[in-house]
Design a binder for this molecule. Structure first.
Ligand code: GLU
Length: 513
């Protein structure tokens, strides 16, 4: 069938979007873009009990942050709106009536207490063809009684009338054909008069049909609903245009068995939400990838590979490449372990690929947070300092730990390094070093380095001791990037100032003890 690709991401605004939901949205998006199709965002808010304020904005903000663009939705509009289910009551009412008129659904008056009593009386009670005649519904009660109850304002639900003895076929692009017996299905509630709203099943099917959805790509947890959905398409006479199904495998715990949960994130120290979430009721704050310092490109790349691979070993792929390469043929059917360390690795990798100027811009707020005014330094100084240490960082915030010394001269010096590298002779050597450096007309690292190396060699000095003492005075400890890159960036004046300050302040370990 040559059909326009139209997919939808259909979250319920019941809390922050889980990272597994983000992956579902991403796969929908990749598939839509690859086929030049449309990506719909539909808000499934028919469960008023579970509605959480702020959740819809959170969904929009998360998708926007990750670069998952929506073509049709509540904000974007589109030809098949409204895109929020609570604004589509008339449409659902009409469709419920259609099923009732065709005898494919019926009205049931059983109260929660009555249903409870039945469940207590009959083990594994299921509301279906074998039990419905013994219940209070429009199939078992006379028509005038049904009318009287409705007129009297009695609350009811509409149930789908599932006929037993049928083989229901679900075709899933990942899993192939699955056939189940209709006997195991119950007469699902499609609509509740109490809030005049449909249930998930009815609204979902009606909307997928009216919004001309071609592929339903969603989490595996919805697989059990698929046979019912197939029967609903059929009952409406829409079987010919029913969408293709793809049920994506679960995201699994990084360790042990079972599905990834928020608790795993708390226990192992990684976010399970794209953005920080402030729970409006409890006030609890949950960590987000964005606030934890992840780049959206890294999160997208990491998530794309949780359940899919490009067919070779390629790991680092931007959105365009993912769009070009994505395919259900390379999606896994089994759960994907949430290897959060890999997420860190992707972030590290994307930071390495980022131009230094861009990294420098991201470094500025970190500097500010640590009491350094970035305006006191040139953009070039900031970005080059970031560039020199970026190989050692996983997150932008790590830049401070690695590059703080570029912005603040050391006030203290690492005692272990002093013990190892500073002796009674060191001050004199450092003074000489400062003098030689001062004589250099060109302070470029590659020019200064051979001069210092010559001095060390021709005087039979210990290279490690001299260079580490030099580093100790400038950095405050014996770590950091190549020393002559550091001195070049810091400049002659500041380098010499730090060497001489170190000479004044550092005392050999034994003497100070
Ligand atoms: N509203 C459902 C959810 O929250 C949608 C499931 C589907 O995609 O059919 O995930």
């Amino acid at each position: 069938m040559n059909r326009e690709v139209r997919v939808r991401f259909a979250p319920s605004p019941t809390g922050p979007l889980h990272i597994g939901g983000v992956r579902t949205a991403l796969y929908n998006y990749l598939f839509a873009r690859q086929h030049g199709g449309k990506m719909i965002l539909r808000i499934e808010d028919t469960d008023s009990q579970r509605f959480v304020p702020g959740a819809e904005d959170y969904i929009n903000e998360s998708l926007a942050w990750l670069g998952i663009e929506i073509d049709e939705g509540v904000r974007e509009g589109g030809p098949y709106g409204p895109y929020k289910q609570s604004e589509r009551r008339d449409i659902y009412r009409e469709h419920v009536k259609q099923l009732l008129d065709a005898g494919k659904a019926y009205i049931a008056f059983d109260t929660p207490a009555e249903l409870e009593a039945k469940r207590a009386e009959i083990a594994n009670f299921q509301y279906d063809a074998s039990t419905r005649t013994a219940m209070r519904n429009s199939l078992s009660l006379p028509a005038d009684e049904v009318k009287r109850l409705i007129d009297a304002g009695e609350q009811y639900v509409v149930r789908f009338r599932i006929e037993p003895g049928r083989d229901v076929e679900v075709n899933d692009l990942l899993r192939g054909k699955v056939t189940i017996k209709s006997d195991i299905l119950d007469d699902k509630v499609l609509y509740k008069s109490a809030d005049d709203l449909p249930t998930y099943h009815l609204a979902n099917i009606v909307d997928d049909h009216l919004m001309k959805v071609s592929h339903v790509i969603r989490g595996e947890e919805w697989l059990p609903s698929a046979p019912l959905h197939v029967l609903l398409y059929e009952a409406f006479g829409w079987a010919d245009t029913a969408p293709e199904f793809v049920h994506l495998p679960l995201l699994l715990k990084p360790d042990g068995k079972g599905k990834l949960s928020k608790r795993d994130g708390d226990r192992l120290g990684f976010p399970v939400f794209p953005l920080e979430w402030h729970d409006p009721k409890s006030g609890d704050v949950s960590r987000g990838y964005r606030e934890s310092g992840y780049l959206p490109e890294a999160v997208v790349n990491f998530l794309a590979l949780l359940g899919w691979n490009p067919g070779d070993d390629t790991e680092v792929m931007g959105m365009d490449e993912l769009i070009a390469k994505f395919s259900f043929a390379h999606c896994s059917r089994s759960g994907a372990r949430f290897a959060f360390d890999k997420g860190k690795w992707f972030n590290h990798t994307y930071l390495q690929m980022m131009p230094d100027a861009e990294l420098g811009e991201l470094f500025k707020p970190v500097l500010r947070a640590n009491g350094v005014n970035p305006d006191d330094f040139t953009d070039e100084y900031i970005s080059r300092s970031a560039g020199l240490v970026k190989g050692r960082i996983n997150f932008v915030a790590d830049l401070w730990e690695q590059a703080a010394f570029f912005f603040k001269a050391p006030e203290t010096y690492n005692p272990k390094d002093i013990k190892k590298r500073w002796s009674d002779e060191t001050p004199e050597l450092m003074r000489t070093l400062a003098r030689i450096l001062d004589e250099q007309p060109d302070f470029t690292g590659s020019v200064v380095e051979p001069v210092i190396m010559d001095w060390i060699k021709s005087n039979g000095l210990h290279m490690g001791n001299v260079m580490n003492a030099f580093r100790l005075t400038v950095v405050g400890e014996c770590k950091g990037p190549h020393m002559f890159d550091v001195s070049e960036l810091m400049g002659k004046e500041e380098t010499i100032r730090r060497i001489l300050a170190g000479v004044e302040r550092i005392k050999p370990a034994d003497a100070s003890a």
